[in-house]
Design a protein around this ligand. Sequence first.
Ligand code: GCB
Length: 626
Amino acid sequence: MKNKSLLNGTWNLIVDPQKKGEKESWFSPTFLNNQKYSVEKIAVPSNYNTIPKLFEYTGVVWYILELSEFPAISSKEDLFLCFDGANYIAKIWINGQFIGEHEGGFLPFKFRLPNPLKLKQPNGDKNWLVVKIDTSIVKDGIPGESTDWFNWGGLHRDVYWEIKNKIRIDHVKIKSSFNSPWPHSAQISISIKKNNFSKNLLDEHVLTCRIYELRKDNLTQIKRASQIYIQQEFSLDTRSIQQFNMDILNPKLWSPTEPNLYEIELQIKNLTSPVIERFGIRMIETQEHLLLLNKRPIKMKGASLHEELEPYGRHYSTQLRRSELQAMKALGFNALRSAHYSHDERLCQLCDEEGLLLLEEIPLYWNIEYTNRKIIKLAAQMIRDLISRDFNHPSVIVWSVGNEVPVEDLGCRQTIKLLLQYARKLDPSRLVTYASCRMVSDVTRKYSSINAINFYFGWYYMTPYNLNFFLDAMYYGTHPKTPWIMTEFGAGAKYGEHNLKEQFSEENQARTIAHQIQVMNSKPYMAGWFIWIYRDFRSSQRLNRFQQGFNRKGIVSEKNEKKLIARIMPQLINKKIERIRHYRGLAQFYAYIMRWVERVAVKIIFFLEFRKERKMVKSYYHTELD
Ligand code: GCB
């Protein structure tokens, strides 16, 4: 068996609407061998809702795989059963023995199987891997009970065995910084997390680091250059985390226009299989109201995207993913927000390759119970796992810890503050934020390194022409000297609807979005904007005659047909409004008044909620999260 061996393929699926499988031990070989149950065939990875009769189903299903091969490992190795993502709660059994459980639909998890031989069936009996997935929407989950997206369920990412040497590098984090003279010398700091070194350290444990340049062979193939770019040796000690630095002269920096990549190979002498990681050399920082990439101001211009493509659901091929990113680049976009949860890691790899700046987030969304300690820990775990998975992707520049969260609520403010601080501690090399929809009264923003706002002028309220004034009011009235990004703005349109009187016409959408883009391009403090959204996506809340089960704010339809705004985007993307009015005094005055109005409203809410919350909240935030 290879180090990594995929368990993807055709599995059996049993639907369990009455949730009786666990009581009746559907995970046991006795049940599985008897074959009297009714099964569907399902591809792993995929979402079970892609089976037409299960389209509307949200609940418990059982994934069953008869293992053709049971991994054999030596005493020097560890065996892991790995899942790249399962929505929402997964419980795993092998041959009737419980292996573990994981909550959260969008991040990887794995289990070490301490004694695999003990799990194996004797006498050539069948070996069964069983995964129970519960996709029921739960009040104390993340996301909570209400979402504006379709709850695609199941094993929607890769499943595989991994065999690793007991003495190994478990995790590698690569950071780049610059020596002077800029940009002729970069310093790569490589931090490795080791397993089992303390007990087994031998003299010959030397780490060889080789860095290679990566080159695009043709449009899609990325290959390592044959020459080693730089090589260095380091001796390993017993510490579980060790850091080494390597200098690279005249580095080729990563940027959306030149997405240069490198690969590092870490080989421990006398141990097989090197660890290989890709990385890019780039620096992201803010300076007053500017966002700087490699010391030059940059504006993020792009859209959000839900991980969903008809008819596949959330799992679709790398080639299709690449095509959609290339289509975005062809519109002129340089940025993408992977809404509202972490997409498959291949998205980050492709953004690295194609050159798109990525804002990634966790699904801390509407209707969350901020006084529930379990939820807060789960959110922290999600941001930790996301940062750990995507740390080495140069495309990722912002971690977002929430979307449209109710910051009037004390528990919510505390949670967001905690998550921002935690994310910043885990990764000081990137920006941290959350998407707020409060204009002037959000006091939690000061913990973000870049301010993010969702505004729907011209769709949910007022007109697109009000944006100019309100942006200035927000900026000058709250956090001037910090860059802002618009994480959402947009309007709905049904592809093919051209009746100008209709709110859902392509023309109305184009007008609404086009004006706001030009306003934001004209504001020096706006460091970026993300149209909501790139492609129409399923949402059962959206049921009018134009929507028919889809949120229609996409600039392309669910079939990737370009609406008017997408067709004009290449000409529009960098346009500004000549002689735009900049409001300062008036805007500040308005913000001052609004802040008090909002504050009074917030005070009243607090007064009603405070006593109830205070007692609970006090005890919750003493927990250490690492
Ligand atoms: C929002 C949400 C997003 C919705 C969008 C809409 O503010 O963040 O998840 O889909 O509005 O279309 O209303």
